[in-house]
Ligand binder design. Structure first.
Ligand SMILES: Nc1ncnc2c1ncn2[C@@H]1O[C@H](COP(=O)(O)OP(=O)(O)O)[C@@H](O)[C@H]1O
Ligand SMILES: CC(C)(COP(=O)(O)O)[C@@H](O)C(=O)NCCC(=O)O
Length: 315
């Protein structure tokens, strides 16, 4: 039997990796070769064993939640004599920089769109809602990138509100190459079945802003929230490793904002990455991101090599 943890308000059922893997038998759809190829394309270091053991049962759980929500919505609308709402089921994926939010979100997108009840699954990352680079510079926020104040929260909230009410909505697109929002480029979202919203601060709520008690937050529009967790030592290691890979890859592009880092030796690059972690991403994790963890409906805790060791499910 899974263990229970937390107080009454935060009660989670805790599953070890092997207990969770035992739920795999309940997943009726095996992965086809084409789907396996697509998953390999997301990230070549993802282990397919991890996909089958952890993410397939998770997609089954989410499928059941979406189904229940759609059905409950239908009942209520029928009872009230209204047309069923057009808005999608919204899943948020939160966690530190480099924990693997975007990889997790992309795996879930690929797995969830296999279900006939919700074939259209869109994925939006909140980095597009960071203020443009020139505004961040003007507001002296360059060293606070990823902190709540570096996002245009009003724009993000308006986006989520429109999506939830079934309207067409546009998300700005961020480029890690130029380290900036791409001028004029947007991702158009029109009534998907599911929207996955991935970002550092998607679990922030009015608790964090007592003076804004009356204002809605992105988290108010989310149906199911996931927090991807790992010890900070691992997070820093994954951040540094990714930075070193970028030094050998995208930083070499003359258009890269970090092109000057391509000239660094490996040990200089490692020092630079550690400094960015220690000055920006580490403090943001401790001050703003980690404190939101226990608000999530599901916490995925990773160990070495991104292996999920424990799953905590609310309820
Ligand atoms: N499940 C996984 N298996 C192996 N490597 C992973 C996995 N998830 C993420 N990574 C690696 O960890 C780093 C951070 O992942 P990413 O998804 O970019 O994180 P985030 O979006 O949280 O910043 C990347 O180098 C990525 O390749
Ligand atoms: C773009 C990010 C703020 C993440 O944004 P998110 O998609 O979580 O909204 C982050 O990856 C980032 O660039 N942080 C700034 C410090 C750094 O260069 O790592």
């Amino acid at each position: 039997m899974p263990l229970e943890s937390g107080d009454k308000d935060h009660a989670y059922q805790r599953f070890s990796r092997s207990e969770w893997a035992g739920l795999r038998a309940a997943v009726p759809l095996p992965l086809s070769e084409m789907e396996l190829d697509r998953l390999r394309g997301i990230n070549e270091s993802i282990s397919l064993e991890e996909v089958k053991t952890i993410y397939l049962p998770l997609s089954r759980l989410l499928n059941l939640y979406v189904h229940a929500k759609q059905h409950r919505g239908d009942v209520l609308e029928r009872f009230l004599g209204r047309k069923p709402s057009l808005g999608p089921y919204i899943i948020s994926v939160a966690g530190s920089v480099a924990v693997g939010k975007s990889t997790t979100a992309r795996i879930l997108q690929a797995l969830l769109q296999r279900w006939p009840e919700h074939p259209q699954v869109e994925l939006v990352t909140t980095d597009g809602f960071l203020y443009p680079l020139k505004d961040l510079k003007q507001r002296n926020l360059l060293g606070r990138k990823g902190f709540p104040e570096s996002y245009d929260m009003r724009l993000l909230l308006d986006f989520v509100r429109r999506v939830k009410s079934g309207e067409m909505a546009e998300a700005p697109i961020y480029s890690h190459l130029s380290y900036d929002r791409i001028n004029g480029a947007t991702q158009k979202i029109h009534c998907p079945d599911i929207l996955i919203l991935e970002g550092l601060n998607v679990l922030q709520s009015s608790i964090d802003y007592p003076h804004w008690r009356q204002r809605p937050f992105v988290s108010d529009f989310v149906d199911f929230s996931i927090y991807v967790d790992a010890d900070e030592a691992l997070l820093k290691q994954w951040y540094v490793e990714r930075f070193l890979r970028f030094r050998d890859g995208s930083f070499r592009d003359p258009n890269s904002y970090f092109h000057h880092y391509a000239q660094l030796t490996a040990s200089e690059a490692e020092k630079t990455a550690c400094k960015i972690w220690d000055e920006i991403n580490g403090p943001n994790l401790r001050d703003n991101v980690a404190p939101t963890r226990e608000r999530a409906d599901l916490i995925l805790s990773k160990g070495d090599a991104h292996r999920i060791e424990q799953i905590q499910l609310r309820g």
